[in-house]
Design a protein around this ligand. Structure first.
Ligand SMILES: [Zn+2]
Length: 555
């Protein structure tokens, strides 16, 4: 059990952090004895514990009392090195120049930024940044695109787990991993252009014609598309007048059949725009006219029924819901009616969002959101692979968006070749395998059709996700699984010293995978930063249970 001493203003973020690092903890109570005490900022702790972990990005009275020389403040937005990984720090941080530890160092100067002192009383770890201020930044403002590739929040959890086990205490946790799998993958499709016939003499039609012809020749010369794809694109361009005359098939219209075919029984989530020709409100004033789509969801009632019959989910691709709960509730109602479902989730069109959006969406009646991601790059805006509850939401959960096809391939964004995209996607799958949580993909409705023809990268991705042990679920199912994990509680077992009781009260007869309890024993070498042997024991949790876990378990 970890006793946490933090500034009361940070208690909301402490609670959310320990939903993501799902391990026994409570706010410190002075009359109790804890194996591990986590002290944040300038809070005082005068007792003893097997492990005391002190996070502060400034010199504290503790440093004065122990005559610890601290180095200068590092710049905001510095990077710390941790076991070959990079952890960006967005708030205050300091170094300890007289300490030789290489557990955590400033990337630029290689000076120590965290160390562990061991004495007969126990171990004391001093980390030179403010953990909860970092978590708050990640879950609210998010990371700049330059640090998109870094799952910073997961690294903060890994470092804390490592400090505790390395200093001689064990850790019990419920990792963000559905039992029987290694991580969760959510396949999603924002439906923006489900018919080229609706685009006559407009920006979308001329853009298509240019990219299908001139653009495709250019890509062929760069070796980025095959001759076959060039022929397909030119044929589609030649066919366009006949599509408009109703004499040829609308090659953007069969997105539902194409995805059902290549996903072959996997369940994905389609986000649909509720009303046609509404650009909605923008950051300041009306959004650009281009944001309005030519279709509204009710024109797709047939594909909606087909997708739902096949086990897929339909959600709202919101227009104004991010900023206006009254309009948001009308948008949700339209999708709720068409999908015949009571619980509807949201992803905003063009990823419009601000810090108030979680509470606005919640007031509108949304069950979840999956907007927090980047338009211009791929990665971890909130620093996490996990579903989380935004700090100003009561119930609404956020499934972060990690990969959008347009970010990978648009010339003005990453401009990747198919092979560069495959390499990057493999790295992101590796992160999901290492940290658990989800990998959320958005492949747009028209991305399989001319002139994009991005289907082969998507099919390779599906194959890799399956072979690497992903549980491929709809967003709604992933959200339900994380709600189940959040409902598990831990408490100290007063009958056995050091033991904790885990209570999982939900009935798991919900068709979702179970959870697992993971027990990390203390690391035998006690040499933090050198030995990172990640030994653990997993116990499957299938049904509602109450069980006791002693503090010492051998793997
Ligand atoms: Zn969109």
């Amino acid at each position: 059990m970890i006793g946490v001493i933090a500034n009361p203003a940070d208690h909301d973020v402490v609670c959310e952090f320990f939903e993501l690092f799902k391990t026994p903890w409570e706010f410190y109570r002075p009359n109790l004895k804890y194996e591990v005490v986590l002290v944040a900022g300038d809070c005082r702790f005068d007792g003893t514990a097997k492990v005391v972990v002190l996070y502060a990005g400034r010199k504290t009275h503790f440093d004065d009392e122990h005559e610890i020389r601290t180095g200068g403040h590092l710049d905001n937005d510095c990077i710390l090195s941790y076991q070959g990984r990079r952890i960006p720090i967005y708030g205050n941080s300091i170094t300890f120049p007289e300490k030789g530890s290489s557990l955590l160092t400033d990337e630029g100067s290689q000076v120590c930024a965290a160390y562990v002192d061991e004495s007969s009383h126990g171990a004391l770890a001093r980390i030179g940044y403010d953990l909860f201020s970092e978590i708050r930044t990640l879950l609210t403002v998010g990371q700049p695109a330059a640090n998109a590739s870094i799952p910073a929040l997961e690294l903060h959890i890994a470092l804390l787990r490592h400090l505790i086990t390395g200093a001689g205490a064990s850790i019990v946790e419920i990792p963000p991993i559905p039992d029987g799998h290694r991580f969760v993958a959510c396949l999603t499709h924002d439906v923006d252009h489900p018919s080229i016939r609706q685009h006559k003499w407009d920006h979308t039609m001329f853009g298509f014609l240019y990219r299908a012809t001139v653009g495709s020749f250019g890509k062929l010369f760069q070796g980025r598309i095959s001759l076959r794809d060039l022929v397909k694109n030119c044929a589609a361009a030649l066919k366009l007048p006949f599509v408009h005359l109703g004499l040829a098939r609308d090659f953007w219209r069969d997105f539902d059949d194409r995805y059902l075919e290549i996903e072959n029984g996997l369940h994905s989530t389609f986000f649909l725009i509720p009303f046609s020709d509404r650009p909605g409100s923008g950051w300041d004033g009306p959004a650009p006219a281009l944001r309005g789509t030519r279709y509204g969801a009710r024109s797709l009632s047939e594909p909606i029924a087909k997708l739902i019959n096949a086990g897929c989910e339909v959600g709202l691709h919101g227009i104004d819901a991010w900023a206006d709960s009254v309009k948001g509730s009308k948008e949700l109602e339209e999708i709720r009616r068409l999908a015949g479902a009571s619980q509807i989730g949201v992803r905003m069109h063009w990823l419009y969002y601000n810090e108030q959006s979680p509470s606005t969406l919640e007031a509108a009646g949304a069950t979840y959101d999956s907007t927090i991601g980047y338009n211009e790059t791929v990665g971890y805006r909130a620093g996490t692979t996990q579903v989380f509850k935004p700090l100003n939401a009561k119930e609404l959960l956020e499934l972060p968006l990690h990969v959008m096809d347009t970010a990978l391939f648009y010339p003005s964004y990453m401009d990747f070749s198919p092979n560069q995209a495959r390499v990057l996607l493999c790295q992101m799958i590796e992160n999901a395998v290492q940290f658990g949580g989800t990998l959320t993909i958005n492949w747009h409705d028209r991305s399989l059709a001319p002139e994009r023809l991005w289907g082969s990268v998507y099919q390779d991705l599906l194959r890799d996700l399956k072979s690497r042990g992903a549980w491929i679920s709809t967003v709604g199912e992933a959200i339900s699984w994380f709600r189940k994990r959040r409902s598990a509680t831990f408490e100290a077992d007063t009958t056995q010293p050091g033991a904790v009781r885990v209570k999982v009260s939900v009935e798991h007869r919900d068709g979702l995978p179970g959870m697992r309890l993971r027990i990390h024993p203390p690391q035998k070498s006690r040499s933090i930063g050198v030995n990172d042997c990640d030994e653990y024991v997993d116990i499957a949790v299938e049904e509602a249970i109450v069980m006791s876990i002693p503090s010492e378990v051998s793997p």
